[in-house]
Every structure is written in C-alpha cells, then in structure tokens.
Ligand binder design. Structure first.
Ligand SMILES: Cc1cc2nc3c(=O)[nH]c(=O)nc-3n(C[C@H](O)[C@H](O)[C@H](O)COP(=O)(O)O)c2cc1C
Length: 278
C-alpha cells in the first residue's frame, strides 16, 4: 500500500465532482480535476525524415488511455509543436501544414479517442519553442512574438474559466481552491504520473491525498523519478494492467526504493528529459 501525502484536515470531494461548463464552447467537463500538460517525449523522432517525426506512438497512447480512464474531467496533452523547426525535445508531437498526411491525422485521432474514452475532454496544448529551440534543431530560431505579456491580458479575457495547478496534493486544498472561488478547476501533474487514476481515487472520497514521493525535496530528482514513472506507464497497454493502473510504476513513496534511485542518480543525469545535447 503506497504512502499518501500527509493531510492536516479531511474534506469532502463532492465539490470536485461538480461538472464545469465552458462559457464559449459550451463544452462540459464532467468534474473539476484535470490532468495538466506534461511533455511526454513519446512521439516518433526521425532526424533524417521529418515526415516521420512527431507522430503519437503506441507508447504515448498507452499513457493517454490510462489517463483517459483515470477519472479526470479533462486531459491535456503535453506540448504539441506547431513547427518542426521550433520544437523542444526529441519525441515531441508535431503538427504543421507541410506534414499534414492521413497517417498523422489518424495517429492524432487515435490519441484523442483514448483520452476521451471515459468522457474526459481532450485538450491539445499547442506550442512553439521560439528562442528556446535547442540549437541542433535550428541554429537561427525566431521568437513567436515580440509583444510582452502584460497584466492587461487577463482583464481583457471575458468569461474566462480559471484552472489552477502546481503543488495541489490534498482533497482539502483542492476543494478549498474551488469553494473560495480562487479557481474553477484544479490540475494535477506529477501525481498523475505516479498514479494515472489519481482523479478517480480522490473523487471517490476513499483517499484524501495523492501518493507521496520521497524525492520531492530535490526538484531535479523528483522530476526524473516522475519521468521514470511515465515511461513505465507507457510500457504497458491499458488492457494488460489487469485493472490496476499503477501496474509496473515504481512506488517512490517507498523510502528504500527512493533512496536507491537517489544513489543511482549520482551518475550522469543526461537521460532526464531526453533533451538533445547542445
Ligand atoms: C515532466 C514535466 C513536463 C511538463 N510539461 C509541460 C508542458 O508540456 N506544458 C506545460 O504547460 N506545462 C508542463 N509542465 C508543468 C505542469 O503542467 C505543471 O504545471 C507542474 O507539473 C505543476 O503541477 P504539479 O505540482 O501537480 O506537478 C511539465 C511538468 C513536468 C514535471
């Protein structure tokens, strides 16, 4: 049994189970917990043939299908790049008019279907790496816009639904954010890599918090351990998990396992995000 985040107070998850309608699209998320965007780096990459780059793979669909039945109201994709010359990592998904083949459309369609299998909204996060493009993708990247973000953006977006993520770990904290009108919905990132069905568990009122990770104090190690969990989830199709969505995923709430991982990580950490060497 995994150790869960310590809680200071119990809370009822019913407010998180409420549906959320978006004022413009009129689409409805079935509850208030969403799986935030997490760059998976699980799409295809072929340096020689750009046509074969950025297609969602079976591994990516293995993860998406688990999030798809994991109880979330919405599942966001990781960054999908809109220009193959301005992507961030090998394994990013890519769309672009020059790559618009039936094969690519089918691959994205399949991903979308598995994310929506249990009624979640599937949201694509589009991105352009701009000046942050690694130099071996593009020696002369351009920035997407010279206009700076200003505090004027928010007031000009009317009827906005506000979603909050980052560090939310307990039902109490999540319910508090919504009942105090700080946000309309809450997002989970790293906890959804440890437990693809974390939303289902929290909404059921059976659990009051997400699984603990003993590496949380060291951000690099924490992220690296989560990427390991993501790749473990990707290794097994949903159908082979025998109903346990954490099947094959390392439990970093086990202190010994976390310690062992920490010692192993004293060796080069270049594997962490599969980032091209620059
Ligand atoms: C491995 C990893 C990949 C991420 N990729 C993205 C991304 O593609 N797009 C994005 O907007 N945020 C990305 N984030 C940020 C998360 O969406 C989220 O804001 C962050 O993990 C905080 O939430 P958490 O404390 O629940 O993990 C990423 C975070 C991690 C750890």
């Amino acid at each position: 049994m995994s150790q869960r985040w310590p809680i200071k107070a119990k809370a009822d998850a019913s407010i998180l189970r409420q549906a959320l309608q978006f004022p413009t699209s009129k689409r409805t998320a079935k509850n208030r917990i969403f799986k935030v965007a997490l760059t998976e780096c699980l799409s295809s990459y072929d340096e020689e043939h750009i046509q074969n780059t950025g297609l969602p793979t079976q591994k990516l669909n293995n993860v998406y299908s688990k999030w798809g039945v994991g109880g979330f109201g919405m599942v966001f994709t990781g960054n999908i790049f809109v220009d193959p010359k301005h992507m961030e990592y090998r394994g990013n998904s890519v769309i672009h008019p020059t790559l618009n083949t039936e094969e690519r459309k089918d691959a994205f369609k399949k991903s979308t279907e598995v994310m929506k299998k249990d009624g979640a909204l599937a949201i694509a996060q589009l991105n352009h790496a701009g000046r942050l493009t690694p130099i071996n993708f593009n020696e002369h990247p351009f920035a997407p816009s010279g206009i700076k973000h200003t505090p004027l953006i928010k007031p000009s977006v009317k009827n906005a639904v506000v979603l909050l993520s980052g560090g939310l770990r307990t039902v109490y904290g999540m319910a508090d954010v919504i009942s105090n009108n700080i946000a309309d919905g809450v997002g989970l990132g790293k906890p959804s890599m440890a437990e693809p069905d974390v939303a289902k568990k929290l909404l059921s009122n059976q659990y009051q918090s997400v699984v603990y990770n003993h590496l949380e104090d060291d951000y690099q190690l924490y992220v690296k351990s989560c990427m390991k969990q993501l790749n473990e989830a990707a290794a097994t199709p949903l159908e082979e998990t025998d109903g346990d969505l954490t099947y094959g995923i390392t439990d970093f709430s086990d202190k010994e396992i976390a310690e062992e991982f920490k010692l192993g990580s004293k060796f080069p950490m270049h594997l962490s995000l599969n980032r091209p060497k620059i």
